[in-house]
Design a protein around this ligand. Structure first.
Ligand SMILES: [Zn+2]
Length: 81
């Protein structure tokens, strides 16, 4: 599979950068592409898995996934300094 989610946080199906963050558990995220609606289990470095859970889980405002991840890393580093 095209691994663009892990390499540059773009949708493997349509190349979009914006996603809605859905359910989270541990290091894993469920995300839904704003461009094409594809949903992914996302847990780098593991290969993303296409999923099809309920749209009701995806109510958050869309984010640019790369920026969202960078912000999470920065928060983690601040909290663990
Ligand atoms: Zn897409």
């Amino acid at each position: 599979m095209n691994n663009s989610l892990n390499t540059d946080q773009r949708c493997p199906t349509c190349g979009a950068e914006q996603f809605v963050i859905g359910p989270q558990g541990g290091m894993a995220l469920n995300i839904k592409c704003v461009g094409c609606g594809a949903k992914w289990w996302f847990c780098p470095p593991f290969e993303p898995v296409a999923i099809d859970n309920d749209d009701q889980f995806y109510t958050a405002p869309p984010v640019i996934l790369r920026d969202w991840m960078n912000r999470k890393v920065a928060e983690w580093l601040r909290d663990h300094a």
